[in-house]
Design a protein around this ligand. Sequence first.
Ligand code: M6R
Length: 369
Amino acid sequence: EKGGFDTFMEKEIFDQPDAVRDTLLGRTDSEGRLALDEIRISEDGLKNIDRITIVACGTAAYAGMVAKYALEHWTRIPVEVALAHEFRYCDPIVSERTLVVSISQSGETMDTLMAVKHARDLGANTLSICNTHGATIPRESDAVLYTHAGPEIAVASTKAFLAQITACYVLGLYLAQLRGGTYADDAKKVMTELQEMPAKIDELLGHLDRVREIARFMADTRSVLFLGRNVGYPIAMEGALKLKELAYIHAEGFAAGELKHGPIALIDAGQPVFIVVPGPDTPHGLHGKVVSNIQEIRARGARTLVIAEEGDEAVVPFADEVIRIPKSAPLLAPLLAIVPLQVFSLELSTAKGLDVDQPRNLAKSVTVE
Ligand code: M6R
């Protein structure tokens, strides 16, 4: 069942082009307009939404953080991302005009389920993004948008993450189309760009030998930092989570803009830092700002492991290693940028002789609060 791979996790990493492709399948009509028949909340109900709250845990919450950037950009609806266990017990502000979107691979995570039930009791519309048909969370929700990643066996989530982000994009584009406004016309164009992503992920998966090599040399590393900005910020967090889970190494993800507000004090000679660089086309000059961050930490001795788009030469002078990802629309780049970080953790865990599929102390689905 591992399809010729040594571990489920590796197989699932290589399943990712299909996970994205299958999650996009059947979501447009013959004219390329999004048609989400499975969402059982009325169109009028969705048009009236004035706030979206995403509830999830772990990797699914990082998918939610990526979604926030895309949903707000395309729909102009304010989006909040809450860890489900925090949301449930903090007296959340929800009304019948709030859409509470839960994200869960298993659909059985108790923290997320309790948040959904609480939101429903408070009168919110609840939509579940879930990878498991007929699971409890979708059953307890008003509507469901299934991710089609296929069963995920490894405890560390990989393909479900990409499928969750994809489903969130689809939801955002659907809401933009439904509500009209500036980005409604863009929905088709972005869908086309999204449909090109599986081939790009495939291509990327064929070029990760150097990442594996870097990981094998780092088996004795005690701490790794991850920096990202905008949609790269949750990718930095997710990269750090993968390393903690799989290799039991201290890892922390930061928003690159926070560096000078504290974390830069951690940088000393030889400290490995992954930097997820926004593509040069990212609005607001964010690319240049992150390149400056790389320069700053390199000057303080950091070992800079840079994830950057093909053709981005600006990073080269400050990078100890450049890991290339294919060019893509800035908001869609997380589907690529996370892949080398998954492979890095997988390889480092293997190099340490650890159980990749079944890390210590963890369960695939956490069914207690
Ligand atoms: O099944 P869920 O998506 O609700 O699970 C949520 C988290 O428990 C899960 O993503 C966890 O963080 C993974 N072990 C991450 O690799």
